[in-house]
Design a protein around this ligand. Sequence first.
Ligand code: EPU
Length: 337
Amino acid sequence: MIQILENFSLKSYNTFGLNAVARYFAPFNSKESLVEILSTDIFARSQRLILGGGSNILFLKDFNGIVVHPENKGIEIIKENASTSLVRVAAGEEWDDFVLWAVNNNLAGVENLSHIPGCVGAAPVQNIGAYGVEAKDVIHEVTIFDFKKNRFDILNKDQLHFSYRDSVFKHEFKDACIVVDVVFELSKKHVYNVSYKGLDSKLKECAIVNLQTIRNSIIEIRNEKLPDPKIQGNAGSFFKNPVVEEEDYLRLSEIFDDIVAYKLDNRTYKIAAGWLIDTLGWKGKYHRDAAVHDKQALVLVNKGNATGVDILQLSKNIQDDVFSKFSIILEPEVLFV
Ligand code: EPU
């Protein structure tokens, strides 16, 4: 039995805490209820938005269409051998509940992705990443409902075209499917990825290094730097870290000898956008109720009554400043609706 709610406030469905109203809101908790929603007239004639945890979205106004929201649950091992387990996780599971489950079951691969807000269905779309690990490193396949073929389908790793905060879901499959579940390949033989600056030193404070202490350390680091969206609305990093050609990096590093950048290959460097914004003195600055977080310049926060347009304006001011001082274009990581 499905329910399609009308004129539904999305305030508690986006981590910026913006009060956008959806014309229709349709949660689903099973494949059957999803199919029912997709076969309604409302779905056929409306603009569509798939909304998971709303942790990477900026509503600029009300949404005059149908929001489809995964609430399906389930985490199960579907296959295993001596070294790995394939784990199917429903799109509507909270991402961090899955990480906790993996750690409690002594399965490695996602511990560095502890405490990322949002739901599992968003992980492949965005190729979420933190502390040296990306979702692409552990995703085996994704079950989708393909709106064009009008049936469920499976996309394997090679079809997902993952790159930095990017996947097929932002291109060929944009607005053309919904993620139903994700199969992860987790490891029984643990290889820890603890070289990220800050994580290594945090772990030295622990008596042993294991999945649980890595998870705890990452939660501590995140809590030190990132605002809790339950307390202060935000969507994590607002911009992507820009990738520039070597000559641009060399030009900048001659002027700014403390620039923070990571070499990707012989021709390109990824620059820490947080450093660019911070260097220009933006931490704590605001436009109306939209502000730059005072501990991590890459995060924009809602101080209480910001609108999406306020946050957008602040982000544009930052982009203009970064462009005029560094000649670098900052691309938003969050999706504007
Ligand atoms: N930095 C500053 N000032 C700042 C922020 C950062 O100087 O205000 C410099 C510092 O030197 C720091 C470096 O930039 O060492 C990198 O900062 P941080 O380690 O906080 O990571 P980030 O590049 O800002 C990325 C992801 C985060 C992820 C962290 C940790 C992107 C866009 N963001 O941030 O992901 O948690 O690395 O791995 O790639 C998200 O996507 O929402 C997110 C939070």
